[in-house]
Write a protein that binds this ligand. Sequence first.
Ligand code: PEP
Length: 253
Amino acid sequence: MTASRRPLIAGNWKMNGLSGDGLTLAAAVADYYKGKGAASFDMLICPPFTLLGAAGGAIEGSGVSLGAQDCHMAEKGAHTGDISIAMLADTGCSHVIVGHSERRTDHGETNEVVCAKAEATNAGGLIAVVCIGETEAERDAGKTLDVVKTQIAGSVPGGATAANTVVAYEPVWAIGTGRTPTSDEVQDVHAFIRSELAGKLGQDHADGIRLLYGGSMNPGNAKELLALADVDGGLIGGASLKPGDFGAIGDSC
Ligand code: PEP
């Protein structure tokens, strides 16, 4: 972490949460964050679409932000089952995760699609959390930096700034597995991401954009990961469903 970038602790609930447990969780996160007073970090929850409205109500006034896990790139129209940025903004969202590896894998989302979604997010005044990261096979083949470089080139909009974009580095093999890269590896990839962003967007934007690490972050490893110079927060899946663990990660900032 670096003083000039305020850390962001973001929870990706994925396809979890009904009105009972989901709202209890949202209220617990709100209580935790309110109890921090003038917290030195930002907190974001990304519940499933079905809970956005109610979860937004549960966190209202707490300072916790609301985000969605995906969006459609079109403004409106004949896209059955999809959700537009205007709809998400209308529900109280300020952030949208785009290009999560589960979207890339389950729905065949390409870098071009992810970039279009990020651009739509920004055009609608919301902040895109653009996810990138290599698979285990790519890592084993020594291609991590090549993959990340291609994903940044293709998925991050040319108009990305610190105000409208967050980048999350999530090694696919670390998501939900309990495995993480070493701290040195995380820092090396994050520093590389920042240098690629500098080449694409200019040094000022690259220095301001927050880079989150995601992949089995938990209360046991958060402090070490969050202390790395180019890690500006975490995108947290499993541990974000346990308010105690999510709060403990916040406390690590
Ligand atoms: C994620 O899916 O974004 C994630 C990081 O999951 P987990 O924390 O469970 O590895």
